[in-house]
Design a protein around this ligand. Structure first.
Ligand SMILES: NC(=O)c1ccc[n+]([C@@H]2O[C@H](COP(=O)([O-])OP(=O)(O)OC[C@H]3O[C@@H](n4cnc5c(N)ncnc54)[C@H](O)[C@@H]3O)[C@@H](O)[C@H]2O)c1
Length: 317
């Protein structure tokens, strides 16, 4: 039985990862400040929870671990732009603390990085070797540059200290457990469709995204954690099925049984990437990983979970 630390384990992807690791028979400790994570996400699970803001130093070591995952960082623009300096510090100070903890524990670490390190890419699809095109002073930079600096920290802990740290550049992930008000496209579209409102699309809707169902993302993180000889390596984890936001809006409306709903166009987000699609050749070749859940199936499962949580909310109110 391995001891696994998951920073950000109460968040959307983190809570799915916690379940997957518990199912393997390992022991899980979660560190989270519950900024965007929910305590209920861990209800009924046998996990140790340490409430801590990783912007603050870890004064006492929370234990010894074999494996550390760092998912601690708000992922939706609405949340990470609410406190941009906090986002930067979380990515720099928090990642530094966890790397140092992994080093002193003799643990392997997996860093949750992001496709946002590619910024508004000029290369399509994006391979891991593409260094990116990020506006360092724009409103997304606290996240994009924070994650880039976190990758640099990981690379230097590997080069200077020999730490076995691997980086996952996660592309847009969706699924049950997302918060409907967090501003991300899938939950915003589902919430609108289930309430019979127009679907709110930012910009022209011609921008593209590639959406990965959460169980596929988690399987990718586990494959990355398990592989041998991957210290210092970076992998794209995402689904290369690229779709325009307009087509996504109509797929969500159909999955909710409301293909009749109109689109409401809103102002485009500043520095919003125009195209986004992972080259997953390296993950397929080295990790033997590829996503399995198609968009229609993934949306069906996600909409069912949103309906169920709306039903539960209605029954307690
Ligand atoms: N969801 C995606 O589409 C996506 C895409 C690319 C990368 N990622 C990365 O994956 C990770 C998880 O994403 P998510 O969608 O689950 O996000 P999320 O916002 O749902 O979860 C983040 C978790 O980290 C915790 N957290 C935030 N700041 C913290 C701090 N200072 N100290 C301790 N805990 C803190 C939050 O409370 C939450 O539990 C993030 O690092 C994100 O950048 C996610």
């Amino acid at each position: 039985m391995r001891q696994v630390l998951i920073a950000g384990g109460a968040g959307f992807i983190g809570a799915h990862l916690v379940r997957a690791i518990l199912a393997r028979g390992d022991r899980v400790t979660v560190i989270d400040n519950f900024q965007t994570g929910r305590r209920e996400a861990l209800d009924g699970l046998k996990v140790a929870v340490i409430e801590h803001d990783l912007v603050q130093p870890l004064r006492t070591a929370p234990g010894r671990f074999d494996l550390v995952f760092n998912l601690a960082c708000p992922a939706s623009p609405r949340h990470y732009q609410a406190n941009p300096l906090g986002t930067l510090r979380c990515n720099f100070v928090g990642t530094d603390s966890l790397l140092s903890l992994a080093l002193s524990s003799g643990a392997r670490m997996v860093q949750a990085s992001t496709s946002e390190v590619y910024g508004d890419p000029e290369v399509h699809p994006q391979p891991e070797g593409y260094p990116g095109s990020v506006n360092p002073t724009g409103p997304r930079a606290c996240y994009d540059e924070g994650k880039r600096a976190a990758e640099t920290l990981c690379a230097e802990y590997h080069r200077q200290h020999g730490l076995d740290v691997r980086m996952a550049r996660i592309f847009n992930t969706y699924g049950p457990g997302m918060i409907s008000g967090d501003g991300r496209a899938v939950p915003a579209f589902i919430a609108a469709a289930l309430e019979g409102r127009e679907i709110p699309v930012q910009g022209t809707g011609k921008q593209t995204r590639s959406l990965c169902y959460v169980s596929d993302t988690v399987a990718g993180l586990l494959a990355l954690a398990d592989g041998e000889g991957l210290a210092g390596e970076v992998f794209n984890i995402g689904n290369p099925d690229e779709i325009t936001i307009l087509k996504l809006a109509s797929a969500v409306a159909s999955a909710c049984g409301r293909p009749d709903l109109a689109i409401r166009f809103e102002a485009a987000a500043v520095d919003d990437p125009r195209r986004r699609c992972p080259d997953i050749g390296k993950a397929q070749r080295v990790l033997n990983w590829a996503p399995r859940i198609g968009l229609e199936d993934g949306l069906r499962r996600t909409v069912a979970a949103f309906r169920e949580s709306a039903r539960l909310m209605a029954s307690v109110s």
